[in-house]
Structure formats: structure tokens, C-alpha cells
Ligand binder design. Structure first.
Ligand SMILES: Nc1ncnc2c1ncn2[C@@H]1O[C@H](COP(=O)(O)OP(=O)(O)OP(=O)(O)O)[C@@H](O)[C@H]1O
Length: 298
């Protein structure tokens, strides 16, 4: 069953086409990570799913209905990228206030625990650090006991411990059968928890699959060295999927088979120094794909 269905969705802001014929299903009970460079259309897609904006054309269905329907909204929680939280109330009061907006909320303490906010429950919201304020936004998203959670860059501004606590909480919510759609620029984190990764670029889906499936499809081997080879010669090496070369002859190559590439380089007799072979992050690999005119299609 799908929790979200976007079909042929276009959204324009004046001359800017933020979404272009976007078709995307989010399966119920899964944690889906939406990735893409700045301006890819992730936040716009979420605002349509929340009913905050209407598509220019196409259809958006959430929990089987219109995102603005009361019965849909009472089952949806959202953590926006920037939230306007009242500054004068304490953390506990703020969570309590939001709880009253929902028919069957969690207890305030349960929401505070999920967001790891017990220690600062008595502090005014306006006095929180950036990372604590993100955690409060998370508590406000979950306090309504939602079936479907939208989290827009939830871990931005959180320190390492808060991030770990956040992912633990998100995993727990997913295990309870909730559907989570989150955007992130930290794919390596999402990869550990996400059931599915959707990569967007220029308002459409560029790639879509399990983290393992996507990793197998992109060039995550990275080979760097310094030589006299020019870009065309570097691109001609076996298995090179993307190549860059800087002024001093520093080559930066992406490949699925770094060993074969290094063997060919050595076998060619070309002089080189500073060889480095590493594994590029999946995020880097996708961001390099999104910079190219042709991409991997799902
Ligand atoms: N209200 C608006 N008015 C005009 N243009 C907009 C508006 N909202 C979004 N856009 C444009 O639509 C495109 C998609 O923006 P969106 O915020 O959805 O991207 P994003 O993938 O969420 O980016 P980021 O990673 O930076 O959050 C961008 O070109 C943006 O400038």
C-alpha cells in the first residue's frame, strides 16, 4: 500500500519549474530518504504532500485522500526545515500546546523522550541551541502520534550525539509501522536506516531504489593521482565513469572497478605519483551524477 502517490506533478513558481512531471510513490511503513542537490525540488514536493501548496498540474494523494482533508491531516506530522516556534513558552509547554491540536496525541513525556529533550524541558524555546531547537521541532512533529512523518533535513545543525539519538528514534518509529519521508544532505547516515532512497534532480526523479541497489549502480570507487595525462586520455582509461583534472595534473576519477583501472594505469607505462584509491560516498557519487546531463534512470 502506498502512503503517498504523486502522479505527473508539475509545480511552477512564475518561470521557475520546481517540479517537472514528478511521479513518486512512497510505500506505507517504509523510511524513504529523498536526496538531491539544492533546488532539486525536495521541499516543494513535501509542501505539496502537506497541502501547503497545490500542484500546477497532476495529482497528489496522501493516506488515500487529499492532503488538506481533516482525516488525513490528523495523521500527518511534519518537521519543516525552518520552524516558527513560539519563543516564550518552555519546551514542555510548547509540546503540550501542539499535542492539543491532535485527536489522539502521545503523552508530552513520550514526545520529549523521543526527541531526547527531557533535560531541557523547562527551558524557554527561545533559549535553545540550534541543535536543541531541531530536536524540539522533531518532538512537535511526532507528538500527534502520526502515521506519516515528513522530516525536512532533520539532522542539520545537530551534533553527533543528537544525530545518533535522532536516527535511533526514527528507526523506532518506523518499526512501529509508521511511514517516514525525510530529506537529507547526509546520505551516508540515511543509508544505514532508509528502506529506500529517491534521488531528485531538476524537479524529477533521477534514481530510486534500496541503498544497496543504488550503490551497485553508481561509480563509488575513486582513484586520484598526478600525471601528464589530459582529460581525454583519463576518460579513455578502462571503466572511468567521471573524470576531472586540475591545473597541476591532479586527476580525480570515478569508477565501479578501481582495481582494473589501477592495473591499466600501471600497465600503460605512464608516469604518475600520489596514487590514492578510496571509496566515494554514495552521496558524492549521486551529486556527481546530478551534475551531468545524462544520469542513471530508475
Ligand atoms: N515560493 C517560491 N517562489 C519561487 N521559487 C521557488 C519557491 N519555492 C521554491 N522555488 C524554487 O523551486 C526550486 C526547487 O526548490 P526546493 O526548495 O523545492 O528545492 P530543495 O530540493 O528543497 O532544495 P534545498 O536542498 O536547498 O532545500 C528552486 O529553484 C527554488 O528556487
Amino acid at each position: 500500500m502506498n502512503a503517498i502517490e504523486l502522479s505527473g506533478v508539475n509545480k511552477s513558481f512564475g518561470r521557475v519549474e520546481a517540479l517537472r512531471d514528478l511521479t513518486l510513490d512512497v510505500r506505507a511503513g517504509e523510511l524513504t530518504a529523498l536526496l538531491g542537490p539544492n533546488g532539486a525540488g525536495k521541499t516543494t514536493a513535501i509542501s505539496l504532500m502537506l497541502g501547503l501548496a497545490r500542484p500546477t498540474s497532476g495529482t497528489v494523494r496522501v493516506l488515500g485522500g487529499d492532503p488538506l482533508a481533516g482525516r488525513v491531516r490528523s495523521h500527518v506530522g511534519s518537521m519543516p526545515q525552518e520552524s516558527a516556534i513560539p519563543q516564550a513558552l518552555t519546551v514542555r509547554e510548547t509540546v503540550g500546546l501542539f499535542a492539543r491540536l491532535y485527536p489522539r496525541p502521545l503523552s508530552v513525556d513520550a514526545a520529549l523522550d523521543l526527541a531526547d529533550l527531557r533535560d531541557v524541558a523547562g527551558r524557554r524555546a527561545g533559549a535553545l541551541s540550534g541543535g536543541q531547537a531541531r530536536r524540539l521541532a522533531f518532538a512537535l512533529a511526532v507528538v500527534g502520534d502520526p502515521q506519516l512523518l515528513f522530516l525536512d533535513e532533520p539532522t542539520t545543525g545537530m551534533d553527533a550525539a543528537s544525530r545518533a539519538a535522532f536516527w535511533h528514534a526514527a528507526e523506532g518509529l518506523r518499526e512501529e509501522g509508521r511511514t517516514i519521508l525525510l530529506t537529507t544532505h547526509y546520505l551516508e547516515e540515511a543509508e544505514r536506516t532508509a528502506d529506500r532512497v529517491v534521488v531528485m534532480n531538476a524537479g524529477a526523479v533521477l534514481a530510486d531504489g534500496t541503498p544497496e541497489g543504488l550503490r551497485a549502480r553508481v561509480a563509488t570507487g575513486r582513484v586520484r593521482f598526478t600525471s601528464d595525462l589530459v582529460l581525454a586520455e583519463l576518460r579513455a582509461l578502462p571503466g572511468v565513469e567521471a573524470a576531472e583534472v586540475s591545473g597541476g595534473g591532479h586527476a580525480d576519477l570515478r569508477t565501479r572497478e578501481p582495481e582494473a583501472l589501477v592495473r591499466a594505469l600501471v600497465g600503460s607505462g605512464v608516469a604518475f605519483t600520489g596514487l590514492e584509491v578510496t571509496r566515494a560516498s554514495l552521496e558524492d557519487a549521486f551529486l556527481s551524477l546530478t551534475a551531468r546531463p545524462q544520469g542513471v534512470r530508475a
